[in-house]
Every structure is written in structure tokens, then in C-alpha cells.
Ligand binder design. Structure first.
Ligand code: AMP
Length: 270
């Protein structure tokens, strides 16, 4: 595995590499990331992984500071998993140029995380635009765990680049909790609570089949879950999985949740 620390080395290494698969990450790798890497390895000739904790997508400074970082462990995981290139840029490599036109999320798209984390997706789109223009991959592998991010990035990139975004299913623990780097910030007892919340949501989604006013029902359930698990829920909504419009039936729909356990923010969709 070639480690690339700056854009000069990256340009030299990637010169004439055809059919390149790209897996963007913020590190603290887990089996969710590995599933993206495996898919890239199976569909592309070479795979490049990036590890970059992007400061501009954090709406809270402290969240950026506290975000788990584990480069040594990441390196050893990547070495074992047939990755051709690892790109670990410094902020200065990515933010060499100032953007002339600010990236803006349309008002109609300010839903779910875009509503609760102002500036977050603007930062995600900005960094993805920069990474793709530097790496020029054929395919980009992203997880459905962050479905809103996947849809926004796909729509943004497809207007500008030939690279195709490939969506990858969510990898979960045996207890159904979606794997996430942020899980490492949770205490053992909170992992158990988070798994119980997901189990609850699986049953809740099944119950939606017989509900006529789903929005109203979910608002009531939201309060119940907050009290039951002593958590703060930002949103609990059933939305169409392709266009993210509010849905009142289960067809092509997913239940989206964002919640805080002991100040750690987790998201999921099922
Ligand atoms: P992150 O390092 O959290 O920014 O995630 C990097 C990529 O991995 C994103 O495309 C995520 O959607 C994806 N990802 C994160 N967790 C999972 C998971 N549990 N299953 C599948 N993909 C995931």
C-alpha cells in the first residue's frame, strides 16, 4: 500500500491508473468502511482510501476535536485489506484554493441532518468536490448508513464529474446497531441502549403498516422513546429513500433517526 501525504505524490502515483475506486473516510475504520473497500476491490482495478477528518463539516468545534482518530490502527487494518493507495492529506493540501462561489444547500433540502446541523453538508460537498477533483476516480463508494449524505453528494458530483457514486448497504453489529466511528465514544452501557433503540425501531417500522397517520404516530413515539431510553431525539421520520420526501406508506421508505446518547450524536435509517 502506497501512502500519499500530499498532492504531488498523489499525482505521480495515480498517473495513468485506470478504473480507480475511491473510498472517502474520516478514519477510525470499522467493518462498515471495509465493506466499501471490498466492493471497490471487486469492481475496480485499484482502490484508494482517503482518511481526512474534514473540519468544515463539523458544526461544533468540540465535536471536531473529540472525533475519534486512530491512524496507527487504521494503517494496520488497511494493510491487511488489499488497499493500493492511502491518501492522508493535511488541511493545507485540501484547502489550497478558496472557492469563488459558495456551496449552498437549497431551502427545500434543509431537512433531517441538514436542518439540525447547519453548514454540515455544505462542508461535505465542498470536501468531496475537492477530493474528487484531486483523485479523479472512476467510482466512489459511499454507505447508505449516511443516506442523506449519499444522495446530496451523488446529485452534486454527477453534474460536475464522470465519477459514479456507488451506494453500499449498512453494516451492523450482531445486535443490529449500525457500525460507526462514533460508537467508540460510547460507554458499554450506552452501546446496549443504542442497540435496544434500533431493535425498538425495527418493531416500530413493522407497526407502521397498520397506521393511517404515520407522521402523527411517529411524533408520539418520539416522545415515548426519549422517555424510555433517556435520550434526545432530533428527528424520527419516515421518508422516501430516493428523494427523501416525507412518506405516509412503507413503499420505498425508510425510517430516519438522529439522537443523542450522553451527548454523542448517532444517526441511522432502516
Ligand atoms: P465516515 O468515516 O464516517 O465519514 O464514513 C465513510 C464512509 O463509510 C461513508 O460513505 C459512510 O456512509 C460509510 N459508512 C460508515 N458507517 C457505515 C456502515 N456501518 N455501513 C456501511 N457504510 C458505512
Amino acid at each position: 500500500m502506497k501512502i500519499l501525504l500530499n498532492n504531488k505524490d498523489l499525482n505521480e502515483a495515480l498517473n495513468n491508473v485506470p478504473n480507480l475506486g475511491f473510498v472517502p473516510t474520516m478514519g477510525s475504520l470499522h467493518k462498515g468502511h471495509l465493506s466499501l473497500i471490498k466492493k471497490s476491490n471487486s469492481q475496480c482495478k485499484k482502490t484508494i482510501v482517503s482518511i481526512f477528518v474534514n473540519p468544515t463539516q463539523f458544526d461544533k468545534k468540540n465535536d471536531y476535536k473529540k472525533y475519534p482518530r486512530n491512524t496507527k490502527r487504521d494503517l494496520s487494518i488497511l494493510r491487511k485489506n488489499k488497499v493500493d493507495f492511502l491518501y492522508i492529506p493535511k488541511n493545507s493540501q485540501i484547502y489550497k484554493f478558496k472557492r469563488t462561489k459558495k456551496i449552498e444547500i437549497k431551502e427545500k433540502n434543509k431537512i433531517l441532518c441538514a436542518k439540525f446541523r447547519p453548514g454540515h453538508f455544505e462542508g461535505v460537498l465542498d470536501v468531496m468536490d475537492r477530493l474528487v477533483s484531486i483523485i479523479k476516480p472512476s467510482k466512489i463508494y459511499m454507505g447508505e448508513k449516511d443516506l442523506q449524505q449519499l444522495i446530496l453528494v451523488k446529485n452534486y458530483l454527477q453534474k460536475k464529474y464522470k465519477s459514479k457514486v456507488v451506494s453500499c448497504r449498512t453494516i451492523r453489529s450482531r445486535k443490529k446497531l449500525a457500525l460507526s466511528s462514533r460508537n467508540s465514544l460510547l460507554k458499554k452501557k450506552d452501546i446496549i441502549i443504542a442497540s435496544n433503540i434500533i431493535k425498538n425501531l425495527i418493531y416500530l417500522k413493522r407497526d407502521l403498516r397498520s397506521i393511517t397517520n404515520i407522521k402523527k404516530f411517529l411524533n408520539i413515539k418520539k416522545i415515548e422513546l426519549c422517555n424510555l431510553f433517556n435520550i434526545k431525539i432530533e428527528y424520527l421520520e419516515l421518508r422516501n429513500m430516493y428523494n427523501l420526501k416525507i412518506s405516509n406508506n412503507l413503499k420505498d421508505s425508510k425510517l430516519f433517526i438522529a439522537y443523542h446518547i450522553n451527548k454523542i450524536r448517532l444517526i441511522d435509517n432502516l
